[in-house]
Write a protein that binds this ligand. Structure first.
Ligand code: NAD
Ligand code: UDX
Length: 458
């Protein structure tokens, strides 16, 4: 019987996942630890609106569980020592150095966790991989735990997380499936029992370790591939007069294809898709599977093309120059209902427009000014001073769009649909352009107001 769970990594996955486990298992004490003290402080903030992760419904769950059976702490060793089960939920970004740079997953944080557990543990532990990992990582973790541990029994499980940001709480409360990969049946059942507090048993799937690890990479690759496929068709629609929304609807009604994940867009973003496909490509290459690697690489190539194509279309439509022109970007997050901006298409569109000397005015309901500057500065394309001079974050969408030549919609926030577009039009330079990178606005209505409206694949 598990009484204490420790989760290493208080991020977008660790926070929401453990909050739901704590909510549904009031008899288990769940402690989430992180080396980032600022993040832990934010999770402990009395002002519940200031949590480091914004997800609909999350604050309510934290309010119910925090201080009762859910704790956030920087005392990593203590939490490891107390726990019978330890989730590793740290980041596994793409390597930025050395062998596999730009492709392979950087597993240094995973290894540090394994070493930390090996050093501290005095009693048997079940170690659960929650992070997304290259297939066969469990072998590495096992080797570290068994060779440096204090002769303690470690069981390793793979339990990848399938939540999507913006719907994390809903996804966790009603998962399509929970996947548990492992070699030891007793350990698998122990974890399965925790989930079965709220997930029907027939949705808890058991596999071997390697299938579980590979299924996570495969799921993300398939999802991203659907977006690149529809985006490829969107370009063909623009060339032929077909409408990508109509095509998506027509093919989506085929039950073999299904209607989800067929929204053409300015390109997918987020911390997972690109990183996980690059990793899959790297793994395939490392086994000499060049054709398989090329096949999946194409999903990324198409996505980069879509982001570029969107910015090029904007520049071309604005009479081939945006130099000195004010362009307003509505949305910076990589999708709606999250404050996460990792790999957001907005960053790359903005960078491209800045290369053409545009002046940018950005509005996003959940992203801060400093995050926007940091995202652009991370690209290292221009000096921080220059970025600060050219990119202004404005808290009000009407003010943000005032006197601008064009508006580009880069995130599908619902509020954009209900703006007073007449008054926005009145205050813009004419002709007033809208480039809808999410196909969320009504073309006929906007054209009736007077806008020149461009959407993806129409
Ligand atoms: P994140 O960057 O938001 O959080 C990771 C946290 O781990 C950070 O706060 C970091 O400080 C902490 N950390 C790193 N090394 C540590 C150490 N040695 N000890 C203690 N803390 C440490 O990342 P995330 O988005 O939560 O993703 C975590 C993992 O889950 C990744 O492997 C990711 O691929 C996977 N995943 C993410 C999502 C998603 O939607 N974000 C969904 C499914 C799976
Ligand atoms: C994804 C997976 O969906 C999730 O299962 C996994 O655990 C983590 O990675 P996430 O990146 O949080 O989740 O969001 P997701 O909804 O998948 O969207 C990713 C990107 O694709 C966003 O930029 C989104 O706007 C874009 N997208 C999604 C489209 O452009 N069109 C679509 O039809 C769907």
């Amino acid at each position: 019987m598990i009484k204490n769970i420790c989760c290493i990594g208080a991020g977008y996955v660790g926070g929401p996942t453990m909050a739901v486990i704590a909510l549904k298992n009031p008899h288990i004490k769940v402690t989430i630890v992180d080396i980032n003290a600022e993040r832990i402080n934010a999770w402990n903030n009395k002002d519940i609106s200031q949590l480091p992760v914004y997800e609909p419904g999350l604050a309510e769950i934290i309010q119910k569980t925090r201080g009762k059976n859910l704790f956030f702490s920087t005392e990593i060793d203590k939490a490891i020592d107390e726990a019978e089960m330890i989730f590793i939920s740290v980041n596994t970004p793409t390597k930025t150095y050395g062998k596999g740079k730009g492709m392979a997953s950087d597993l240094k944080y995973i290894e540090l966790c394994a070493r930390n557990i090996a050093e501290v543990a005095k009693t048997d532990k079940i170690v659960v991989e929650k992070s997304t990992l290259p297939v066969r990582t469990a072998e590495t973790i096992k080797s570290i735990l068994h060779n440096t541990g204090n002769r303690i029994n470690f069981q390793i499980l793979s339990n990848p997380e399938f939540l999507a940001e913006g719907t994390a709480v809903e996804d966790l409360l009603n998962p399509d499936r929970v996947l548990i990969g492992g070699e030891n049946q007793a350990a698998i059942e122990t974890l399965s029992n925790i989930y079965s507090s709220w997930v029907p048993k027939d949705r808890i799937l058991e596999t071997n370790l390697w299938s579980s690890e590979l299924s996570k990479l495969t799921a993300n690759a398939f999802l991203a591939q659907r977006i690149s496929s529809i985006n490829a068709i969107s370009e063909l629609c623009e060339a032929t007069g077909a409408d990508v929304n109509q095509v998506a609807k027509a093919i989506g009604m085929d039950s073999r294809i299904g209607n989800k994940f067929l929204k053409a867009s300015v390109g997918f973003g987020g911390s997972c898709f690109q990183k996980d496909i690059l990793n899959l490509v790297y793994i395939a290459k490392s086994f000499g599977l060049e054709k398989t690697a090329d096949y999946w690489q194409q999903v990324i190539i198409m996505n980069d093309h879509q982001k570029r194509r969107f910015s090029d279309k904007l520049i071309q439509t604005l009479y081939n120059t945006v130099s000195g022109k004010k362009i307003t970007l509505f949305g910076w997050a990589f999708k709606k209902d999250t404050n996460d901006t990792r790999e957001s298409a907005a960053i790359y569109v903005a960078d491209h427009l800045l290369n053409e000397q545009a002046r940018l005015s950005v509005y996003d309901p959940k992203v801060s000014a400093s995050k926007i500057q940091a995202d652009l500065n991370y690209l290292n394309t221009r000096s921080e001073d220059e970025t600060a001079k050219l990119v202004k974050f404005i808290r009000d969408p009407y003010e943000a769009s005032y006197d601008s030549h064009a508006i580009a919609i880069l995130t599908e926030w619902d509020e954009f649909k209900t703006y007073d577009w007449k008054s926005i039009y009145k205050n813009m330079k004419k002709p007033a352009f809208i480039f809808d990178g999410r196909n969320i606005l009504n073309k006929a209505e906007l054209e009736a107001i007077g806008f020149e409206y461009y959407a993806i694949g129409q």
